[in-house]
Design a protein around this ligand. Structure first.
Ligand code: FAD
Length: 240
């Protein structure tokens, strides 16, 4: 996979600070301090003024489907209706070795053969493409604002994300943190960013934050009963 930064909003820190000052004209902090405060307190709507556009080459169609689940973004993918896919490139999952790799490659060859034969029979790309595999390499242009990118990284830098997605998230993150360290150096998976992991019991053994960042369920145990009592009291109050 190859990931390039195509565009990023310039002077984004100043832009976000200007937006924050439109909201609170008495803000006396510097632009950097304002952005730090926004990230720290999760006043994230002002971060929507900064946009990133990425050129993503050589990811699988399976991954492109997962990317599309991120609705607060703009997506453009290579069309299998308008492009020829004979001799296509494909994703190979890490860890496929020996017989497993041979079976996998054979399946790709068989799909390529079927596609090529259909095309030679004059079958249109829009029909022939249905024999193409999920591993098929695609080209993707992705635009996201910083608020949505933060949400993306919180979900997709988690070790529970699929390996191909996590690799993409890591590459995107490196580009983002280089451009706007004030924002992104405070961001990683949900556990790190929030200081508590909402994954609870499904946290896998390979989570590098196990034993460092508490699970939500464990943390809530300490205050849940008392907090519930507060909620019950709130519920019995008459609206003012
Ligand atoms: C480990 C992992 C496993 C997953 N497994 C599956 C799976 O098995 N099946 C599957 O379908 N998906 C799966 N997903 C995808 C997941 O359910 C989300 O669709 C995806 O992560 C996009 O997240 P999002 O909705 O927060 O992002 P976006 O779509 O970009 O939305 C950003 C935020 O906007 C708000 N928002 C957006 N749309 C709405 C709306 N309609 N109503 C209310 N608020 C909205 C929410 O606050 C949301 O967090 C998985 C994701 C992860 C990380």
């Amino acid at each position: 996979m190859e990931v390039k930064l195509l565009r990023v909003t310039e002077e984004g820190v100043e832009l976000v600070a200007a937006a924050a000052k439109a909201s609170d004209s008495e803000l006396t902090l510097s632009a950097t301090e304002i952005v730090e405060m926004i990230v720290d307190n999760d006043y994230s709507s002002a971060l929507e003024h900064i946009y990133f556009t990425f050129d993503i080459e050589g990811i699988s169609v399976a991954l492109s489907r997962e990317l599309l689940e991120h609705r607060i973004a703009s997506h453009t993918a290579r069309s299998t209706r308008y492009n020829e896919e004979q001799g296509f490139g494909f994703y190979i999952p890490e860890g496929l070795k020996g017989d497993a790799e041979a079976i996998y490659r054979e399946a790709m060859k068989s799909a390529n053969d079927a596609y090529t034969r259909l095309r030679k029979l004059g079958i249109a790309r829009e029909h022939a493409r249905y024999v193409l595999p999920m591993a098929l390499h695609t080209h993707y242009i992705l635009t996201m604002n910083v608020r949505s990118l933060i949400n993306f990284f919180m979900l997709r830098l988690c070790v529970r994300a699929s390996p191909e997605m996590r690799e993409l998230a890591l590459r995107l993150y490196k580009l983002c943190v280089r451009e706007y360290p004030t924002v992104f150096s405070k961001i990683w998976c949900r556990g790190y960013t929030l200081g508590v992991c909402p994954e609870n019991m499904v946290r896998p053994p390979n989570c590098p934050f196990r034993g460092i960042i508490p699970a939500k369920r464990v943390l809530k145990r300490d205050f849940e009963e008392e907090a519930r009592r507060v909620i019950e009291r709130e519920l019995t109050k008459e609206p003012q």
